[in-house]
Design a binder for this molecule. Structure first.
Ligand SMILES: Cc1cc2nc3c(=O)[nH]c(=O)nc-3n(C[C@H](O)[C@H](O)[C@H](O)COP(=O)(O)OP(=O)(O)OC[C@H]3O[C@@H](n4cnc5c(N)ncnc54)[C@H](O)[C@@H]3O)c2cc1C
Length: 466
């Protein structure tokens, strides 16, 4: 295959010599269509995303990231930034532009005495946990080991430890950021404090974070796993689950699920994790396990690293995924009725509907303390079909959209930015719902730090001047 010409946003072709000079300025590789490794590098978790960057810069460190920003600016290139590549809407890849790929930047240093970790932006959750758990430490991250720490933390980041220790962004102590004008700055509670505020919930809009410093906590082993009941019990069980998760202590985090069992039958389930003493944990989880006769009870003591792999098989990379999401506070009888109806009509056995609880410490931070605004007890509700077969795409999208539409009377006008599929489908209302009451402050911050909207392949906050 011959390399495609690299065009800038005005359609001018870049000279070969410019690209060679760019490659020479980096420690990492530059890949172009046709190069070995190009197709692998452009693929992301969701196979629905099939974009072809003109150039992929496989950055090895801060110097490469700065070079990328300067090169893209000089030549007017469209830019996307890739961390773990898990974004549903595929915002980390672009067509015909420069993908600044941080996925090779996997350095991490854990300080077990200060209980902190300095982690580069290409790390995935499983890699981060592997290093911190060597010292019996962890911080809140998501629930799928293949997710990138970068996108997750910059949008908020809830997981099994959120009730006890707050969100990933609440455990952030500092970030190193390459700004839209190609400078490296540090942001924390003393330096560049406005940027640090914005990085904790709207970070993808404001610069390229090259490394994160997190606070760590002693964690593990935990009591966790999943309990599954037949769909015939779903109405009663979801009512019970709502009561159970709404009164759960901070140490206990839950995700309600409507899913299919291995034989393809729809079922209702709860995944739960208690991080605390095992005798307390047994007591706290007992009601979930004894509600009636479960089809399966997979709850057991596990290392925290094992707990983090619970959904890895169900949400493996490389399948075709779709996701429609909103926040929901109350699981009313009418809402449950709708959900059970759609669970019966699941378009593929890989599909599910989920309710990830945000509670405890994560819900007690004042909403203006960080850019992440949804500081109240709720579930991130998502309709999440998946398949291996392209022929299923239309059917599964229709199912998800219809279910989500029918749930609209019951949900909040709020959505977790990291669960947003693609706001372009619905206009900018969803973006406002993602940033909530912090939106106007974020517009001012964006206008200050990225007035030309150089970073716009994200859940975008346009600056006031464009
Ligand atoms: C299966 C699955 C499970 C999930 N579970 C959870 C969960 O339990 N909790 C939760 O909170 N979220 C969860 N998420 C959502 C997840 O937080 C987002 O998908 C997040 O964007 C992933 O980050 P990433 O680095 O892998 O993504 P990417 O696709 O690489 O990036 C996402 C966005 O962030 C930008 N970005 C990436 N790296 C940087 C950087 N270093 N600097 C600036 N911008 C950057 C990208 O340009 C893009 O706009 C889940 C997602 C999936 C698909």
């Amino acid at each position: 295959m011959t390399a495609r010409a690299v065009m800038n946003s005005t359609g001018t072709t870049l000279e070969e010599a410019s690209i060679e000079k760019f490659q020479a300025s980096l420690r990492g590789e530059v890949l172009r269509p046709g190069d070995d490794g190009y197709d692998e590098a452009r693929m992301v978790w969701n196979r629905m995303v099939d974009k072809h960057p003109a150039l992929i810069a496989r950055c090895t460190g801060v110097a490469d990231v700065i070079q990328c920003v300067q090169f893209a600016r000089e030549h007017g290139l469209l830019v996307s930034v890739r961390g773990g590549g898990h974004n549903y809407a595929g915002k980390s890849v672009c067509d015909n532009g420069l993908m600044i790929d941080l996925s090779c930047m996997k350095g991490i240093r854990v300080d077990p005495v200060r209980r902190t970790a300095r982690a580069e932006a290409g790390l995935k959750l499983g890699e981060f946990d592997h290093e911190t758990q060597a010292f019996g430490l962890a911080t809140t991250l998501g629930v799928n080991t293949d997710t990138g720490i970068a996108g997750l933390t910059l949008g908020g980041g809830n997981g099994w430890l959120g009730g006890k220790f707050g969100l990933a962004c609440d455990n952030l102590l500092a970030v190193d950021v390459v700004t839209a004008d190609g400078r490296l700055v540090t942001a924390n509670t003393e330096e560049n404090t406005d940027l640090f505020w914005g990085m904790r919930g709207a970070g993808a809009n404001l610069g390229i974070v090259t490394s994160f410093e997190y606070r760590l906590h002693p964690v593990g082993p935990v009591l966790g796993g999943m309990v599954i009941y037949p769909l015939s019990e779903a109405r009663k069980f979801l009512r019970f689950f709502h009561e159970f998760s709404s009164t759960a202590p901070d140490q206990l985090s839950t995700i309600g699920l409507l899913l299919a069992t291995p034989d393809g039958s729809p079922a209702v389930a709860v995944a739960a994790c208690y991080s605390g003493p095992l005798d307390e944990a047994e007591k706290a989880l007992k009601p979930l396990r004894t509600f009636s006769s479960p089809l399966a009870d997979l709850i057991e003591p596990r290392s925290y690293v094992q707990m983090q792999t619970l959904f890895d098989e169900a949400w493996a990379p490389g399948r075709l995924y779709y996701n429609k999401s909103s926040n929901i506070c109350d699981l009313s009888d009418e809402a449950i009725e709708t959900l059970v109806e759609y669970a019966r009509a699941m378009p593929t056995p890989l599909s599910c509907i989920y309710f990830q609880r945000l509670h405890g410490a994560a819900s007690r931070v004042p909403e203006s303390d960080t850019a992440f605004p949804h500081r109240y007890e709720h579930y991130v509700f998502g309709v999440h079909p998946a398949t291996e077969e392209p022929a299923d795409i239309e059917k599964m999208k229709r199912w998800a959209q219809e279910c989500w539409q029918e749930m609209l009377p019951f949900v909040e006008q709020a959505v977790y930015v990291n669960a947003l599929e693609d706001y372009l489908e619905e206009g900018d209302q969803r973006i406002r719902e993602a940033y909530g009451p912090n939106y106007e402050r974020l517009v001012a911050l964006k206008t200050k730090h990225d007035p030309s909207n150089f970073f716009h392949l994200n859940q975008n906050i346009p600056p006031a001047t464009t």
